[in-house]
Design a protein around this ligand. Structure first.
Ligand code: NCD
Length: 353
């Protein structure tokens, strides 16, 4: 696999993903074979935003491969609190570690970091943009449960606007066909344009809906998400959206007997406790799969080529803010080169107007 960084799920070809899927299965079957596979290798976790699952699963993944882990879970405990730029932090830490995992509140931050890193960068969530390793977890789980990525009725419910797991999920599915996507949300929290467009131009169908109960009976997969409180400008705005979609036992009675309920977790109130014991609720299993797919990813990336910097001298430095997405990393780290592709910002994928 000739993958340097993992910023977007689609950085991997379908062949790469199949290889990763198979490697994950092998790790689950015979973990002892991999117990020293990364001996002497150091993983750095740079978490500028809170995390339990993603951070712990990356850390345990590396420990189970025999490697070591350094990092911070709170930027206030690092030089970031002194005003250090992302570029400097990345240059320094990549001198100590062999591979880095980064979560940051700004869209495009992992991509920006990858421009300055001679070692692989894994995107563990960049703002409201993408979360590719959660998608690997989701794709692994779906194949295990359904045996296919096609001909499925997939409901995505909740905060589709701010939910980065949803954006990565939809982008990953854009390479498969004959699926029907039920986008279940309020109109305020519908998926952003650039995500909608990735699936719109494929052999998949999109249905927008605002009532979960009315469509649950059609679904093979229901992917519930948390309303992303931290992404709203004010708490009042958040409160207008909170508590609208709640999955409970009575709604589950209307679902197919083999529908699966997924959630990237943490869940707050969108899934009532009486659903947890339903065998169709597989989110805890999904979370455990996350550790194994991350083991496979670390293993493959550690084998990839190192010391290949991006040649930034060929790109212009921005004369002004070029991206109109206020949550884009390019508006905070002003030394970043102006990168535009197909009239969209390369960091956060928002269309430039
Ligand atoms: C998700 C995230 O951080 O985007 N959590 C996770 O990584 N499993 C979803 C969320 O926080 O709601």
């Amino acid at each position: 696999m000739n993958l340097r960084h993992l910023i977007d799920f689609n950085d991997m070809s379908t062949t790469d993903w199949n290889m990763l899927y198979n490697l994950t299965c092998d790790i689950i079957k015979a973990p002892e074979k991999y117990a020293a596979a990364c001996k002497g290798t150091v993983l750095a976790t740079l978490f500028y935003e809170p995390s339990t699952r993603t951070q712990f699963s990356f850390q345990t993944a590396m420990l189970r491969l025999g490697g070591n882990v350094i990092g911070f879970a709170d930027p206030n405990s690092s030089s970031v609190s002194k005003g250090e730029s992302l570029r400097d932090t990345v240059k320094i830490v990549s001198g100590y570690a062999d591979i880095m995992v980064m979560r940051n509140p700004l869209d495009g931050a992992a991509y920006a970091a990858s421009l300055y890193s001679p070692v692989p960068i894994i995107n563990a969530g960049d703002g409201a943009h993408l979360h590719p390793t959660q998608t690997m977890t989701d794709m692994f789980t779906i194949y295990n449960e359904k045996g296919t990525y096609e001909n499925l009725n997939i409901g995505l419910c909740g905060d589709l606007f701010n939910g980065r797991t949803v954006h990565s999920f939809i982008k990953a599915f854009s390479r498969y066909k004959n699926n029907r996507f039920w986008l279940i949300s309020t109109k305020e929290l519908m998926v952003p344009g650039y995500v909608y467009e990735t699936i719109e131009n494929t052999d998949n169908e999109i249905i927008t809906a605002d009532n979960l109960e009315e469509c649950i009976g059609e679904l093979d997969i229901l992917y519930m998400t948390r309303i992303q409180r931290e992404r709203f400008k004010t708490d009042e705005e958040y409160k207008t959206q909170a508590g609208i979609y709640i999955l409970n036992k009575s709604k589950m009675e209307k679902a197919k007997p083999n529908m699966i309920v997924m959630h990237p977790l943490p869940k707050v109130d969108e899934i009532f406790y009486d659903v947890d014991d339903d065998p169709r609720a597989i989110y805890f299993k999904q979370a455990r799969n996350g550790m194994y797919v991350r083991m496979a990813l670390i293993l493959l990336l550690c084998e990839a080529n190192r010391e290949r910097y991006t040649d930034l001298s060929v790109y212009p430095l921005p004369q002004r803010q070029f991206c109109n997405n206020q949550r884009c990393i390019s508006n905070k780290e002003i030394y970043l080169p102006e990168l535009i592709k197909d009239s969209a910002c390369v960091y956060c994928e928002h269309k430039l107007t």
